[in-house]
Design a protein around this ligand. Structure first.
Ligand SMILES: Cc1cc2nc3c(=O)[nH]c(=O)nc-3n(C[C@H](O)[C@H](O)[C@H](O)COP(=O)(O)OP(=O)(O)OC[C@H]3O[C@@H](n4cnc5c(N)ncnc54)[C@H](O)[C@@H]3O)c2cc1C
Length: 389
């Protein structure tokens, strides 16, 4: 019986553990959090649309249902050369390693003055508290933006979707409270056309969206830092704000730099289309930790993390049984985004062949809510899984 060690209890790690268990392997999952955080629905925490507890699934429950071993501890070192994983309280080894540790965010000057909806999960609660304070005052300036990583050749680590969604949701929330006219909502990003990765159709509609939700755009200017109440740009201009939410460009997980695994300039692990690491046939890297292959619009998303987990579990099994019937995730690369605004959503998809953008007023919001419910309950085996969802 081969021992599979999965590092990380997010979208990629949990899906891999489930799929490997289905194939009958002995699987141990290590996570520093005792829950799987469902980031896509966490955008509603700041606007009182969902509680923190409803945005997560306890890993112990998943362990019980799917039968993997669970260790809640922090991975301190990954040594792929000697097949040794150091945790804070023990050391582990493996026959096959699945790395699903997510990614880190670039630090820029003054970043401590900002909050992120894409960082430590509990920051979503801090954003809610800060927003509540402004609402209590009856007015305020809110700036939400995202950055790039110049070292990432694909730009796949730019995470703009949650920034757009949070702004749209805050706008709807303030409107419901009849406070929208007393607030200034600003979106900032260094690229001239933020959101173009989702396709031209989606990009064109974003402009209309912003106007409708009273959001000002500040784009095409490099962000050089932050003060307590300002976003600072390269051309010496400033954006004043009472609350700054910033999603920095992603960079590879810090532990992977010294792991012996090959990484790109931004620290993401270089894999084959099978998710197997180049030169390490018993190591697979999945989800946000990997350097994604594919078209120049490829994006690190939860559904891609699950596709990669599935592909990697299949390929590792082929490896074990001595078959070469491997599969690739690259031909499955797509963008799937339900851009929620709190009172509707835009359904956006992009593949090599097609771009789709469908506006779904009201129903789109409930569709995304239903997806969150489905995601949780299908993982807990209360519902059957629908392939691709
Ligand atoms: C606000 C937000 C909204 C999003 N919306 C969407 C969406 O609508 N659709 C979509 O497809 N994608 C969306 N995404 C992207 C999606 O959530 C990510 O692509 C996905 O979470 C990546 O999964 P992962 O398992 O690779 O990484 P993560 O989910 O980040 O999981 C990494 C895991 O590793 C663990 N870990 C990290 N370091 C250590 C350590 N040293 N020791 C032990 N454990 C460790 C973490 O605790 C975590 O469990 C969104 C992301 C955010 C932040």
């Amino acid at each position: 019986m081969k021992n599979f060690l999965v590092l990380g209890g997010g979208f990629a790690g949990v899906e891999a553990a489930i799929k490997l268990r289905k194939k009958g392997y002995n699987v141990t999952l290590v996570s520093d959090r005792d829950y799987l955080f469902i980031y896509p629905i966490s955008i509603w925490i700041p606007v009182n649309g969902i509680s923190f507890d409803d945005s997560k699934i306890e890993l112990a429950k998943l362990q019980k249902i799917h039968g993997f071993n669970l260790i809640i501890d922090t991975v301190e070192k990954v040594d792929a050369i000697n097949k040794k994983i150091t945790l804070s309280k023990s050391e582990l080894t493996y026959d096959f390693l699945f790395v699903a540790l997510g990614m880190d965010k670039r630090k820029i000057k003054g970043i401590e003055n900002t909050l992120s909806i894409c960082g430590a999960p509990k920051q979503a609660i801090t954003i809610k508290d800060e927003l509540d304070k402004l609402i209590e005052n009856g007015h305020g300036k809110i700036a939400i933006g995202f950055g790039v990583n110049p070292d990432d050749p694909t730009g796949s680590v730019v995470r703009g979707g949650p920034a757009f969604e949070l702004l749209l949701n805050i706008s709807t929330y303030l409107k419901k409270k009849k406070l929208l006219n007393s607030f200034e909502l600003n979106m900032f990003a260094p690229m001239p056309k933020p959101g173009i990765k989702m396709g031209q159709k989606a990009y064109n509609s974003m402009g209309k969206f912003f106007k409708h939700y009273k959001i000002n755009k500040h784009t095409g200017k490099k962000i050089i830092g932050f003060t307590k109440n300002e976003v600072l740009f390269e051309d010496n201009s400033k954006l004043e704000s009472d609350l700054i939410i910033y999603i920095s460009g992603g960079e590879g997980h810090h532990l992977l730099k010294d792991s012996g695994l090959p990484i790109n300039k931004a620290g993401f692990v270089l894999t084959e289309p099978t998710c197997q690491v180049q030169g390490f046939p018993d190591v697979y890297v999945i989800g946000d930790s990997a350097h994604l292959l594919g078209p120049d619009w490829v994006a690190k998303q939860g559904h891609m993390a699950e596709v990669m987990a599935d592909v990697a579990a299949h390929n590792a099994h082929q490896h074990v049984i001595g078959s070469n019937k491997t599969i690739s995730y690259v031909d499955k690369v797509s963008i799937i985004c339900v851009m929620d605004s709190g009172n509707g959503a835009a359904w956006i998809t992009r593949t090599e062949k097609k771009e789709t953008m469908i506006m779904l007023p009201i129903i789109g919001h409930w569709f995304k809510k239903a997806w969150g419910f489905y995601y949780k309950n299908s993982k807990l085996k209360r519902f059957p899984r629908i392939p691709g969802m």
